[in-house]
Design a protein around this ligand. Structure first.
Ligand SMILES: [Ca+2]
Ligand SMILES: [Ca+2]
Ligand SMILES: [Ca+2]
Length: 437
């Protein structure tokens, strides 16, 4: 027993040398006597006198000296002063309905709590905004649980009929309506739900939370019509990102991911007939934009049937299918060993709906914003190493991020051989991975 204590003390004191200066000790002599016997320790700060617990402070070299002594006189035991992290659970009252974030005993959530102990969103380590472009039917940008997380074009004066920031779009405050080609964003129920999963305001005592408690959502209407409108919608995103890079963040927006929950069932994206889709994703990818895309709501093998956009060969597309709270593939969702990258919760997902409401929806459309949201949260958590690479080589860094997202997916039997990763999103591992990148 004594030996065990001594061994653990050695380990603890050795570990202290790695951190440099502090260790917790339980004394069995008076503090004065301890300091007299261990001149290497500069100071003892009382922690809990009733338990004789002190914080011992010394230089790295001194601690090594203590470690090398054959006897640890005066110490009953020593412990690392390990970092303690808050168990982050937001106070949003409807969190209990968001099974994807708060796994119950039998439910298969995405490990959000672990991710949120590292970051809950906001800027990256370089102080840059992180923007998610929700290309959908529009978003209720005034929803009380979304408004604070809606992207605002700082260079544009609203409602004056002038393109103040000279980006080619008049009065584009929160995004663009690519269908009517103006700044009026419809309050789509679908798009508002998607936006809430990406980034409903977390820990504000209202409604739900998103994957990101804090993020910038660019609202773009472009999903409910035809291919030309979709291309125009993506064109807006591309323009804002290029402007952001060209002006060193003065104008435009640091879009890191688009969310797309629409498509053309059974189409071969890699045929010449659909070429502009791949061109668009590749061009956005050059500037570091990944595109999370919902696969067909069909019980289909996309590798055989084809799909636009989740069958597109562009490496910047992350093709997403829909898992349930039992980690099953939703019976109405597409799959494909070569084309569909990953699963994410998309069944009975609770999120924001227009006019300050909330509600539940099911579909690959509900799975995809978990992935788009994850890309954003990964940027918020990313190490300086990653952030610098993203600044200097955004295309390569975006692909690194995608690879990590797939590599950290939790393997599940329902997706084995049916997706590239064979797994379902694990937000906690993805965020931890990029944090240590
Ligand atoms: Ca403008
Ligand atoms: Ca204006
Ligand atoms: Ca909330």
């Amino acid at each position: 027993m004594l030996k065990k204590v001594l061994v653990s003390t050695v380990c603890a004191l050795t570990a202290l040398s790695a951190f440099g200066s502090e260790i917790i000790v339980k004394l069995n002599v008076s503090p004065d006597q301890f300091l007299e016997e261990h001149q290497e320790i500069k100071e003892l700060k009382p922690l809990v006198k009733d338990l004789d617990l002190y914080l011992a402070i010394g230089h790295e070299r001194a601690v090594l000296d203590v470690t090398n002594k054959s006897q640890f006189s005066g110490i009953e035991y020593a412990m690392n002063n390990d970092e303690v992290k808050p168990r982050m659970n937001p106070n949003d009252p409807e969190l209990g309905k968001q099974w994807a974030f708060e796994p119950g005993f039998s439910q298969k959530g995405i490990d959000a709590t672990d991710a949120w102990s590292i970051t809950t969103g906001g800027m990256n380590v370089l102080g840059q905004d992180i923007v998610v472009a929700v290309v959908d039917g529009g978003v209720d940008v005034s929803h009380k649980d979304l408004a604070a997380n809606i992207w605002v074009n700082q260079g544009e004066i609203p409602g004056n009929g002038i393109d103040d920031d000279g980006n080619g779009y008049v009065d584009d405050i929160n995004g663009w309506n690519a269908i009517s080609n103006n700044n009026s964003i419809p309050k789509s129920s679908h798009g508002t739900h998607v936006a809430g999963t990406v980034g409903a305001v977390g820990n504000n005592g209202i409604g739900v939370t998103g994957v990101n408690w804090n993020v910038k959502i660019m609202a773009i209407n472009g999903s409910t019509s035809n291919t030309a409108q979709v291309l125009r919608a993506y064109g807006y995103v591309l323009k804002q990102k290029k402007l952001w890079i060209e002006t060193n963040g003065e104008k435009g927006a640091n879009v890191v991911v688009t969310n797309s929950s629409f498509g053309i069932d059974g189409a071969n994206c890699n045929s010449s007939r659909y070429k502009a889709w791949n061109d668009m994703y590749n061009e956005m990818g050059k500037y570091g934009i990944l595109s999370a895309a919902a696969t067909a709501n069909r019980n289909w093998d996309i590798d055989r049937k084809g799909d636009v956009p989740t069958g597109c060969s562009s490496p910047y597309v992350i093709a997403v299918t829909n898992t349930t709270n039992r980690d099953k593939l939703n019976s109405g969702a597409g799959y494909g060993k070569t084309q569909i990258d990953i699963g994410a919760p998309g069944t009975s997902i609770h999120s924001t709906t227009p006019y300050d409401r909330t509600g539940s929806k099911t579909g690959t459309s509900m799975a995809t914003p978990h992935i788009a949201g994850t890309v954003a949260l990964m940027h918020a958590a990313a190490s300086t190493n990653f952030a610098v690479k993203f600044d200097t080589d955004p295309a390569a860094a975006a692909l690194d991020l995608k690879q990590l997202l797939l590599d950290t997916a939790k393997p599940i039997s329902a997706l084995k051989g049916k997706t590239v990763s064979g797994g379902r999103l694990d937000l906690g591992q993805a965020v931890l991975g990029i944090h240590n990148w």
